[in-house]
Write a protein that binds this ligand. Structure first.
Ligand code: AMP
Ligand code: MN
Ligand code: MN
Length: 324
């Protein structure tokens, strides 16, 4: 599919006229959110535009991504003036922008660049491609139409977005385009081994202990077609793991053979943040939406007000219906 040339031209026009630009992404930022926001800001700086990156509710990148160039450039949304242009990356709706929502609503132009299939088209210009592996890959493909030649720094940010959103080139979104774009990024100067080591081989002992707890609690149900686990605030306190180190725990749960759907419940302050993953066919995005959340067919999530015990039966029932 890709981005239509006329949309890329409109983006170029909006950027030409922009006085101030803020670039933001979704709450609970992942590698695509961080890599894309930093990568786009580096790209815009090459056009002479001093774009400011924001991450909902925080003024620094999660520790895992602090190796990325310019990761210290994030500013708190609340400190910024409403910009002429807000660019929302990897974000399907206003609500998912967290405390950057007001900046996005106030901007004269709101550009949305995203690959979530349930994107609410909430921008004045929406560049959407549900087939794209990552927003990092979408941005990479936009560079020529913005007359930007990539630097190693820019390529490293967008490659990190791509490699994390494809589960290191393993999930079903790992298309020929994902590999082609990755090859171009490596040719532009990405140090693949350095990114791998920084993202995947840099865990604290506390994070490993948290993984241990998560794995110990894996519970298969329905002959193992569904499996789940859970963690709560005590686990963070007792292991010493940081909240950000719990981001990819669901990837450990999904390694269980035979499971078609897995989920992880993170219980904190009377809320449960649920991550859902479908390994074969099932649409967990629709299940997440039925609980007020969203996401992709194979990777989705939602937040539930209550405890894991109150959630469990209803969630299992909803998952059984999608598998039936
Ligand atoms: P996660 O399990 O947090 O990695 O999220 C997986 C996918 O589900 C991502 O594409 C998120 O954007 C989406 N997602 C997670 N939580 C929510 C939520 N509360 N509302 C909407 N989408 C969500
Ligand atoms: Mn994301
Ligand atoms: Mn993404």
């Amino acid at each position: 599919m890709g981005v239509a040339p006329e949309d890329a031209d409109r983006l170029a026009g909006i950027l030409r006229d922009a006085g101030s630009v803020v670039v933001g992404a979704h709450v609970d930022p992942d590698g695509d959110a961080v890599g894309s926001t930093l990568g786009l800001c580096i790209a815009l700086q090459r056009l002479g535009i001093a774009a400011v990156p924001v991450l909902a509710g925080q003024d620094h990148a999660p520790e895992t991504y602090s190796f990325l160039p310019h990761s210290a450039d994030y500013r708190r949304a609340g400190e910024l003036e409403t910009p002429d242009v807000f660019i929302a990356l990897d974000t399907p709706s206003f609500a998912r922008l967290g405390d950057a929502e007001a900046l996005a609503r106030g901007a004269a132009e709101l550009v949305v660049i995203d690959h979530h299939p349930d994107n609410a088209r909430f921008g004045t210009l929406c560049l959407l491609d549900a087939k794209a592996s990552s927003v990092g890959a979408m941005l990479w493909e936009l560079l020529p139409s913005l007359s930007i030649t990539p630097t190693p720094e820019l390529a490293t940010c967008l490659y990190t977005a791509l490699v994390t959103d494809t589960g290191r080139f393993s999930y079903s979104n790992t298309s020929p385009a994902a590999f082609r774009i990755a090859a171009e990024m490596v040719a532009a100067g990405v140090d693949v081994a350095q990114v791998f080591s920084a993202v995947y081989e840099n865990r604290s002992a506390g994070a490993l202990a948290l993984i241990g707890r998560t794995l110990e609690r894996v519970t298969p149900v329905d002959d193992g077609r569904i499996a789940f686990s859970w963690i709560d605030d005590d686990d963070y306190a007792q292991t010493g793991a940081l909240k950000a180190e719990g981001e990819n725990l669901i990837d450990e749960v999904r390694t269980l053979g035979g499971a078609q759907v897995v989920f992880l419940m993170k219980h904190t302050d009377g809320q449960v943040r649920v991550s859902l993953r479908a390994k074969a066919g099932a649409d967990v995005g629709s299940v997440a939406r039925s609980f007020g959340g969203g996401g992709h067919t194979a990777a989705a999530g939602f937040t539930f007000e209550g405890s894991p015990d109150e959630l469990l039966d209803g969630l299992l029932q909803a998952l059984r219906e999608t598998l039936a």
